[in-house]
Ligand binder design. Structure first.
Ligand SMILES: NC(=O)CC[C@H](N)C(=O)O
Length: 304
């Protein structure tokens, strides 16, 4: 049997020796304050057992990892109608690219780049107050994690609202193309708060159990949707680093600029890792290295 606890200890030691931890996101001032020395990792196995190492109990800003939960909500609400407003192809460009959105006339490539995620949030918002949307999103995440102690960090949301000019540009551009139903301020208010959900690795791994699709795990969406969400995480979850993540790790994953990554080993495990320093594509540098090592040691890969 695979000794996950021993593997996690080995990973912790290995990343601890790393001289290059990447760079923390500084375009959101609150995130620039986070200690780059942090590292945490949690694994929930299909038998329900949980294993953690390092700072797995320290809350961090999940940022774009929230796009997975928002997508699950949107598919539940709109079903396949969502795909008339957003595509399902990897972007090959930065998560906040404006260029591609202009080229493709306001239809974002996929639901995980910022423009696509803003459309997803807009679709679920559909005329409701952002507070109602955020309440629904938090209920979903709390139910998935079976933990009512999950909250939004308002200071992170405020910080991004003050500096999120690129996202405002994307939202206005979407609106100009008729692909934003709500006023940009309203949709972005909801989007920035969604990104500011704060979780620990332990909570995030638990919240990801429904994507593992193993017996006894919380069932939040249909088995068919679980498969589809995992496919999108694999192809688009790391933006222009998605191909490299698939090559190195071989598992669906979704990153956030807070340095968190949620990774799913279908039928086997839900994994959350956090290290705030990012690589050039805006994905956690040591987080990626850690799950690469985990996948190698366990043999977990969707490619056999
Ligand atoms: N990649 C990310 O995590 C980006 C999320 C961030 N809130 C943004 O919109 O820029």
């Amino acid at each position: 049997m695979t000794d996950i606890a021993a593997i996690l200890r080995e990973i912790h030691e290995t990343v601890g020796r790393s001289a290059d931890r990447g760079r923390v996101a500084d375009y959101i001032p609150e995130l620039a304050e986070v200690d780059p020395g942090r590292f945490g990792m949690s694994v929930v196995l299909a038998d329900g057992s949980e294993h953690s190492v390092g700072d797995a109990a320290v809350p961090f800003s999940i940022q774009s990892v929230s796009k997975v939960f928002a997508l699950a909500l949107a598919l539940g609400r709109l079903g396949d109608r969502l795909w008339s407003r957003v595509g399902r192809e990897p972007s090959g460009l930065a998560f906040n690219s404006i260029l591609q959105l202009e080229h493709e006339r306001g239809i974002p490539r996929n639901p995980f780049i910022n423009a696509g995620a803003i459309v997803v949030t807009d679709a679920v918002l559909a005329g409701h107050a952002p507070r109602e949307y955020l309440g629904e999103l938090l209920r979903f995440i709390r139910a998935a994690a079976e933990d009512d102690g999950i909250h939004i960090d308002d200071s992170v949301a405020r910080s991004e609202t003050e500096t999120g000019h690129r996202n405002f540009a994307l939202a206005h551009f979407l609106r100009a193309h008729g692909n934003l139903e709500n006023p940009p301020e309203l949709t972005l208010g909801a989007y920035f708060h969604q990104c500011a959900v704060e979780m620990t690795c332990t909570q995030l791994a638990r919240a990801g159990r429904f994507l593992m699709a193993a017996p006894g795990m919380p069932r939040m969406v249909s088995a068919d949707r679980v498969r589809r969400i995992n496919a999108l995480m694999m192809t688009c979850g790391h933006y222009d680093g998605s191909g490299d993540f698939a090559y190195r790790v071989g598992l669906p994953g979704k990153s956030g600029v807070g340095g968190g990554i949620l990774v799913i080993a279908p039928g086997r495990a839900a994994i959350a890792v956090w290290s705030p320093g990012l690589n050039a594509q805006g994905n956690s540098k040591l987080g990626t290295e850690a799950v690469e090592l985990l996948a190698r040691r366990t043999g977990w890969s969707v490619f056999g």
